[in-house]
Design a protein. Structure first.
Length: 313
């Protein structure tokens, strides 16, 4: 019988159904009850929920479940400077931010080290070793063509038959600020006097400032060539009573050669010689004289007297 036959008839049909049961007999009634019981059990089985999976063994149920892994902690972002925030876009560190110029790197400071000696690491050249150092220079000042003469009877020894001519010297400082540019400043001076044959000789005095610059033109291992314009103003007094002082103005445009002694392990020591054109103006008493000519050694014999000596500290 189908599910429709197992359901109770509507309320209007109870008496008819009871009458039909009475005509079936005891055996039919028993069969109907058995079929109804089987049908009810089948409906209960199909409507029951699906059985759950068998429980885990007691040993597994008793064991503690593993602790859950801790959630990852995000690391704090690295600290950045304002300049870095301006320059970085996303993760590209080399792409500057549009509208902002990158911060320029500060200029590297030049470190001045002592002038190396033979037992140290040599510089590319002796000249490079003295950049940033002061050099003490001693040389003679040429006053020609207007020599500074003294009185023969009061300032020169009586045994001397030639005129007494004063030579001035100069003590200067040179500083190479860069590899190609140097400044020079110094003092021209001359001082003398004494006694001869029981009488006092005139005491003469000559003083004046010197200023100049040097521009490097060429540089080799131990030799350097520079253009060295220079100007000096010298005041000279013969020293006797009523003597007339002399003022000498000199402007020179000379080429200078400087030989360093790095080939013997002393690059701080150098010898040099200069030559070029010069302008001189002399004022003495009522005379005012000027001249333009060549300055430097007047011949092979005067080369040694015109050399300068310089030592860098």
């Amino acid at each position: 019988m189908g599910d429709a036959g197992q359901r109770l008839a509507p309320a209007a049909r109870p008496r008819r159904f009871v009458g039909q049961l009475g005509s079936i007999g005891p055996a039919g009634i028993a069969a109907l009850f058995l079929l109804a019981s089987v049908s009810a059990r089948a409906q209960k089985t199909s409507s029951a929920p699906a059985k759950s999976a068998p429980l885990a063994p007691a040993a597994e149920a008793a064991s503690p479940s593993p602790a859950p892994a801790p959630a990852p902690v995000a690391s704090p972002p690295p600290a950045t400077s304002p300049a870095a925030d301006v320059q970085l876009v996303g993760s590209a560190a080399d792409v500057p931010l549009v509208g902002f110029a990158p911060t320029p790197a500060p200029p590297a400071a030049r470190v001045v080290v002592p002038v190396p000696t033979a037992d140290e690491t040599p510089a590319p050249s002796d000249h490079d070793a003295v950049v940033g150092h002061f050099g003490i220079e001693i040389r003679r000042i040429d006053t020609s063509p207007f020599p500074l003469d003294l009185r023969a009877d009061a300032a020169c020894p009586r045994a001397q038959t030639t005129p007494c001519t004063v030579s001035l010297g100069a003590l200067s400082l040179r500083y190479w600020q860069t590899r190609n540019l140097a400044f020079t400043g110094g003092l021209a001076f001359g001082l003398g006097g004494g006694r001869n044959a029981g009488h006092t000789l005139d005491t003469y005095v000559g003083l004046g400032p010197i200023a100049g610059v040097s521009i490097l033109l060429g540089n080799w291992r131990h030799f350097a060539v520079a253009a060295s314009p220079e100007a000096s103003l010298v005041w000279f007094s013969p020293g006797h009573t009523g003597a007339t002082s002399t003022t000498l103005v000199t402007v020179r445009a000379a080429l200078e050669g400087e030989l360093h002694f790095g080939f013997v392990g002393v690059p701080a020591l150098s010898l040099g010689l200069d030559a070029g054109l010069g302008f001189r103006w002399v004022s003495a008493a009522e005379a005012r004289v000027w001249s333009v000519g060549v300055v430097g050694p007047g011949g092979v014999a005067s080369v040694l007297s015109d050399l300068f000596v310089r030592y860098y500290l």
